[in-house]
Design a protein around this ligand. Structure first.
Ligand code: PMP
Length: 454
């Protein structure tokens, strides 16, 4: 530690790259090679703040990776994890019928809080695995139901569903074609719905559009009898694009009529992010399968959950059918479930949902005011504590990608961590952020953007 602490950022970055074997996730290799993304080592956190090895503090407006829902230094969660680790650190759920009591109990607590109609839960250990389970499950559901030809999965363009081969291939971003050179079969993408033209979405009878038209065309193009499922995030993080209640209701009705399943990917939106426990709760529309992870343990341990409707479960709960083969050794880990149980109770006890709605509204209003006259900033959108905007390409300016990268770096210099997702700046602080911290967040983000775009 002393060795790292006595270096400046440039030396630390050099040391990290040259001497340490850690391959930093999805970092851009060019910026790693030319050392333009400095290494900041974080050493501790409290509340909504993290501190680096040089003692600088940052407001973490990306909640770790959208998972530190209740902030850092939660002694109640840490105590529950320590107790579980001391008593029974592990028992395997997927292979044997001797699950840990903590895992069984948490399953009941979670289902009791789940959106209506979701009666069973499988645990995983991460978001990608939750979505992988759901996609696989939707195809096997139809196989068990005597419709083996229902194999197609439809997703939205610009969606993101995970980093396993199937979930990445099912994601809708352009880069996917490059990184999945041999895509698994029977995946289709459909355009993001045109909410602005749809009278059901806007409540404006002079509008003439239909937000499910594109999805219906995609289903028809495949053949309705061959579609297994449509997967959708209640709010897409990258394009900061929420769905509408009308769209989700229309999708549910269409799916019932044509016989395919609806999957919500709530890895980001679940556990309070939109100001309700789930996006399904916020919009008041339940899917057949709901995937979650991230905030489920408030980030203190890895865990994912796949909530399913009873009819989906029943298709597997029979002597003749295929059982469900997905599952990993650490799924439903008791230490993670102990953390998740305390986190779920705390979310209700501390009413973080109302806080997310109020602080989200405060932040969006503040950003709109502070950035109103900045031509590089697109419309600011948000639901609860998930908000952000698109950067617009101005004549003579660097690429939008480069601009968002610089904004992220400028905000970090000012002591706030935000997410640059290609053309977007996306912000999602812990759900426990207070009014004063929200003011600090808005002030620093407005200044950070101003320093790069003017
Ligand atoms: N789905 C969505 C919507 C996500 O945002 C993510 C993670 N960013 C995933 C799935 C994958 O989750 P994980 O990183 O936990 O595997």
């Amino acid at each position: 530690t002393a060795y790292w602490a006595n270096k400046d950022v440039a030396e630390r970055t050099e040391f990290d790259h040259a001497a340490y074997p850690l391959w930093h996730g999805q970092s851009k290799m060019r910026q790693r090679l030319d050392r333009s993304d400095p290494t900041h080592l974080l050493v501790r956190g409290d509340g909504c703040w993290v501190e680096d090895i040089a003692g600088r503090r940052y407001l973490d407006a990306r909640s770790g990776a959208c998972n530190m829902a209740l902030g850092y230094s939660r002694v109640d969660i840490v105590d529950a994890m320590a107790k579980q680790a001391a008593e029974l650190p592990f028992s395997c759920v997927i292979r044997y019928d001797q699950p840990a009591l903590t895992t069984v109990r948490y399953a009941a607590e979670l289902v009791a809080a789940a959106p209506p109609g979701l009666t069973r839960v499988r645990f995983t250990h991460m978001g990608s695995a939750s979505v992988e389970n759901a996609l696989h499950m939707s195809r096997l559901y139809h196989l068990n139901a005597g419709q083996p030809e229902r194999t197609w999965i439809i997703s939205l363009r610009y969606s993101f569903h995970g980093s396993t081969y199937l979930t990445l291939a099912a994601s809708g971003d352009d880069f996917v074609e490059k990184v999945v050179p041999v895509p698994p079969p029977h995946l289709a993408r459909t355009p993001v719905p045109a909410f602005a033209d749809c009278p059901g979405c806007t409540g404006d009878p002079t509008k003439t559009g239909d937000c499910t038209a594109a999805l219906r065309a995609t289903v028809d193009g495949i053949g309705a009898g061959q579609v297994a499922a449509f997967i959708v995030e209640p709010m897409m993080e990258g394009p900061v694009q929420p769905m509408t209640r009308h769209f989700l209701e229309s999708v549910r009705d269409l799916a019932r009529k044509l016989g395919f399943l609806v999957i919500y990917d709530e890895v980001t939106t679940g556990f309070g992010r939109l100001g309700a426990l789930f996006g399904a709760t916020h919009f008041g529309v339940s899917p057949d399968i709901l995937c979650s992870a991230k905030g489920i343990t408030a980030g203190y341990a890895p865990l994912g959950a796949v909530l399913v409707a009873e009819h989906v479960y029943q298709a597997f709960d029979q002597e003749t059918g295929i059982h469900f083969p997905n599952g990993s050794s650490s799924d439903g880990h008791p230490v993670s479930c102990a953390a998740a149980s305390v986190a779920l109770r705390a979310m209700y006890a501390e009413n973080v949902f109302e806080n997310a709605r109020e602080r989200g509204a405060q932040a969006v209003a503040g950003l709109r005011e502070g950035l109103a006259d900045n031509p590089a900033v697109g419309p600011i959108r948000g639901v609860g504590l998930l908000f952000g905007f698109e950067l617009l390409q101005l004549d003579g300016a660097p690429s939008v990608y480069e601009t968002t990268r610089r904004i992220q770096a400028a905000c970090m210099e000012l002591g706030v961590l935000v997410q640059h997702g290609g053309e977007y700046i996306v912000i999602y602080p812990p759900l426990v952020i207070d009014e004063r911290e929200t003011e600090i967040l808005v002030d620093r983000v407005v200044r950070g953007i101003g320093s790069v775009t003017r």
